[in-house]
Design a protein around this ligand. Sequence first.
Ligand SMILES: *[C@@H]1O[C@H](CO)[C@@H](O)[C@H](O)[C@H]1NC(C)=O
Ligand SMILES: *[C@@H]1O[C@H](CO)[C@@H](O)[C@H](O)[C@H]1NC(C)=O
Ligand SMILES: *[C@@H]1O[C@H](CO)[C@@H](O)[C@H](O)[C@H]1NC(C)=O
Ligand SMILES: *[C@@H]1O[C@H](CO)[C@@H](O)[C@H](O)[C@H]1NC(C)=O
Length: 467
Amino acid sequence: MKGGNLHKLRGNRLSLSLLALLCTTLIVWAWEKTPSLSTFLPPREQFDIFSPATVVPARTPVTISENKIETPSAKEDLSAVGRPVNALPNEAGKVVVIPQSDSSMRTSSEKEDKGKGSKNMPVEKKECNYAKGKWVADKRRPLYSGFGCKQWLSQMWACRLMQRTDFAYEGFRWQPQGCDMPEFKGSEFLRRMQHKTIALVGDSLGRQQFQSLMCMVTGGNYSPEALDVGKEYGLVKAPGAIRPDGWAYRFPSTNTTILYYWSASLCELEPLNRSDPATHYAMHLDRPAIFLKQYLHRFDVLVLNTGHHWNRGKFTANRWEMYVGGKPNTDRKIAQIWNARNLTIYSVIKWLDAQLPQHRQLKAFFRTISPRHFVNGDWNTGGSCDNTIPLAGGSEVLQDGSNDTVVEGAVGGTRVKLLDITALSQLRDEGHISKYTNKALAGVHDCLHWCLPGIPDTWNEILYAQL
Ligand SMILES: *[C@@H]1O[C@H](CO)[C@@H](O)[C@H](O)[C@H]1NC(C)=O
Ligand SMILES: *[C@@H]1O[C@H](CO)[C@@H](O)[C@H](O)[C@H]1NC(C)=O
Ligand SMILES: *[C@@H]1O[C@H](CO)[C@@H](O)[C@H](O)[C@H]1NC(C)=O
Ligand SMILES: *[C@@H]1O[C@H](CO)[C@@H](O)[C@H](O)[C@H]1NC(C)=O
């Protein structure tokens, strides 16, 4: 009898395993069938299941080099010695101060307010879908020199200062279909942004957009008059940290402030043991980063993004543990990382939308995911992006919808605007750092971040067009 039960149990296990194998095969097959998708979405981790012990070893390397791709500067990497490989300084050692207020994201009763704001605004121009259009060669590009802008541009993203010899990718501008893009002029931008604060909050791709904006505004020229006002936003280097959690600069001529805050997930992170330097963090999927709540009232323009940290490697290295409703997550569906990202994006946007009536000065944008272009492997398995011919795969975006359906869906019906750059950036595989990434990472190609000047400049032009 016992033996029979055991056999039955084994049989059940076996069929379960077979089922799992079948599912995996189907998923992998479906995945490979959509190579375009697989290139621009973070790899595989969408299919994380709740506790798949067998998958863990395969993930470990992801952690290490993805982070290196995040911070490929030799200097920064060297100074990171002794830290968890994948933890960025702000995530690693920082103690987050949690205000006592109820930090869950709630929709307030301000919904009726929708539309009121537009009454006071000048007659709106015909809505333009800036995401639809084509790339055209333009001799007036780039908007600043990659040899300059040393004040703002990280060396790790300044491809003009690398061994790279092809720069054709710099010579294009984006032309939306049926509507015009205002020509970006730094002085005009500052004039329009007089007494205003522009905040970019997100991951390293958000930081690229920030550096790009600083270079565009100054034309890449040295600007000693720009004031470092990081302190006003708590952006100071914590003891032992490599860098602060962000930067803020003010142009005194127009009293315009541009800032960037590092928040890879946009979630509130709460250390679970404040006295432990190696503490894990409650990653509150349904609460926005504290920084956003703290400073929202001071922003006139806010651009959010999150994308490439939603994978198991990053979660492990950063010691993030999913929390929902203030408690550890037990929902298996949410535990799948791509669903967790979905939940967070919806939550942040819902919260932000509810805040907007009380912050009438604020124009809020959510930027869609920036596409990756690894081919013949991923970043850690020899993947590369060697094409140097611009627009080899086509120059036009013809579709009306976004390729980032999560962000598009989440802003739908809210006052938060879509900054849709996914499909147009997808056409620019030659614009990544590629193999010219830092020597310390020989062999690892960066097909995630972009050369600057480059594609993120266009994101800012599209942002400017919508301000
Ligand atoms: C600069 O702008 C802020 C609002 O963003 C305002 O509170 C402040 O008074 C301005 N400063 C000057 C000197 O005009
Ligand atoms: C918190 O961390 C400290 C230092 O590592 C440790 O001594 C303490 O036991 C931890 N507390 C809890 C509740 O785990
Ligand atoms: C994302 O979350 C929203 C809101 O909870 C839900 O309506 C939607 O179906 C989710 N999308 C996916 C792909 O899970
Ligand atoms: C983007 O979306 C369109 C339709 O919405 C689809 O035809 C196209 O293949 C997508 N592109 C990628 C790279 O997934």
